[in-house]
Structures are given as C-alpha cells and as structure tokens.
Design a protein around this ligand. Structure first.
Ligand SMILES: NC(=O)c1ccc[n+]([C@@H]2O[C@H](COP(=O)([O-])OP(=O)(O)OC[C@H]3O[C@@H](n4cnc5c(N)ncnc54)[C@H](OP(=O)(O)O)[C@@H]3O)[C@@H](O)[C@H]2O)c1
Length: 210
C-alpha cells in the first residue's frame, strides 16, 4: 500500500519506518523535505521523501501526525485534496503547545474524534496512534507475547479494517473502540492513555468484547 506521511516527526518517522519495513511504500513529507534525507536513508528502500503536496498525491492512506493546533488549518488548506481518502490522525491537544484550541478540546466532552472530523470533513478518518508514546512504539513493536494495543475510532468500516491491518503490520494489536465519538475513550486523561497496555488489557478496561 502507498502511504503518505504528513508530519515526519517523532511519531510519523517511527510508524512510517515500521510500515516500510513491513513492505509498504512510504513517502515521508515535510514543509522542508530536504531535511528528511537521513530519515529516508535509515528507513530503507521502500521510502522516499517529498513535499506535503507530493504526499497527498502519493498516499492511498494519509498518516497525519502534526501538532493538534495545526490540524484545523491543514484541513482548510488541503481538505479538497483529502476527499475520500483514509486519513489516520494522531494528534493530542496540549494547551501549552496548542493554545486556546488545545484547551477548548481538553475541556470539551466531545473528544478529539469529533473535532478532527469537523476539521477534516469528507475524509475516511480514523483516530489512532495518539495514545502511545513514541518510545513505546520504538521499543515494543513486534515484541513476543501479547502486543501493545493501539485503540482506533472511525465511522468508516472499511477504513477501520484497513487501518487495523496496518496496525498489526506495524507490530501492535489493533483495538477497534467504535465510531469517532468514542475516540474520547482513549484521549489524553483516559484510563488507557500512555499506559503501554496490551490490546487485551485495553479491551478489558474499555469493555470491548471482540
Ligand atoms: N511524541 C509522542 O509520543 C506522541 C504520541 C502520540 C501522539 N502524539 C501526537 O501526534 C502529533 C505529532 O507528534 P510528534 O511527537 O511526532 O510531533 P513532532 O515530533 O513535533 O512532529 C510533528 C511534525 O509536524 C510537522 N508540522 C508542524 N506544524 C505543522 C503544520 N502547521 N503543518 C504541517 N506540518 C506541521 C513538523 O514537520 P515539518 O516542520 O518538517 O514540516 C513536525 O515534524 C502531535 O499532535 C502529538 O501530540 C505524540
């Protein structure tokens, strides 16, 4: 599968590299793509680098991993190019970094799934990879025994199935929590946020049977 990474920082670089190693074609993008040569060298022959525009054209799936405050503007600038695509969005609202919008999302009972959906309309949005620390992704991918769980929320069943496969291929246990309104169950401050729980532990904690 061709995956366009937007935001090749701590999370984007780690997850993109895991997918490239699993055999996917990955284009890492940046507002300064010339700074990604080292990453592409490290991540191997299934990877390339380019602009955000190039990632949008390249990706059958878009992995959007940028500061949460930037997601709204990103949707305004690139929304038309994202129409109908599977977009995996990882952002967490941190008021110190994201200002008033970060505080608004934190204070709201709606959760990030609803905000991200408003900002990225017409996409097949899946919230995922927001609840696990980047260093946990680095050290625990493909570990033996029960794997670390990655909770997912989305409204499009096929997108959830495709992203579940991608989570498995990255070396983790996908946990489909429900539609986007359920993304709040694994937002910052929830019982399963940044705990390193296995998939089984997350299912138990959130009362998910499958
Ligand atoms: N680090 C973690 O452990 C962790 C875990 C789960 C979720 N998250 C969340 O996932 C998101 C990414 O986290 P991160 O730690 O990977 O952050 P990061 O290392 O700072 O990387 C974010 C990337 O976003 C890009 N970016 C920044 N502003 C942008 C804008 N206005 N438009 C487009 N791209 C922009 C930057 O790329 P260029 O400057 O190269 O364009 C940067 O490399 C955040 O919302 C974070 O809260 C982080």
């Amino acid at each position: 599968m061709k995956i366009g990474i937007i935001g090749s920082g701590k999370i984007g670089s780690v997850v993109g590299t895991l997918w490239a190693k699993a055999g996917h074609q990955v284009l890492f993008s940046s507002r300064h793509p010339e700074q990604l040569d080292e990453l592409v060298k490290r991540a191997g022959s299934n990877t390339s680098r380019g602009s955000i525009e190039e990632a949008l054209v390249f990706g059958e799936v878009i992995f959007l991993s940028i500061p949460y405050v930037a997601v709204q503007e990103f949707g305004r600038d690139y929304g038309k190019r994202l129409g109908g695509k599977i977009v995996i969005e990882t952002g967490n609202p941190y008021p110190d970094r994201d200002g008033a919008i970060g505080q608004e999302v934190r204070d709201s009972p709606l959760g990030t799934g609803i905000y991200s959906q408003r900002w990225l309309p017409n996409t097949r949005l899946v919230r995922a990879f927001n609840s696990v620390w980047d260093q946990t992704l680095v050290s625990e991918a493909h570990r033996d025994g029960d794997q670390v769980g990655i909770p997912l929320a989305g409204n499009d069943g096929e997108a959830l199935r495709i992203v579940s496969d991608l989570v498995r291929q990255a070396g983790f246990d996908p946990v489909i929590v429900g539609p986007l309104e359920r993304a709040k169950d694994f937002d910052f401050g929830s019982k399963v946020y940044n705990t390193g729980m296995t998939g089984a532990e997350i299912r138990k904690e959130l009362g998910i049977r499958s």
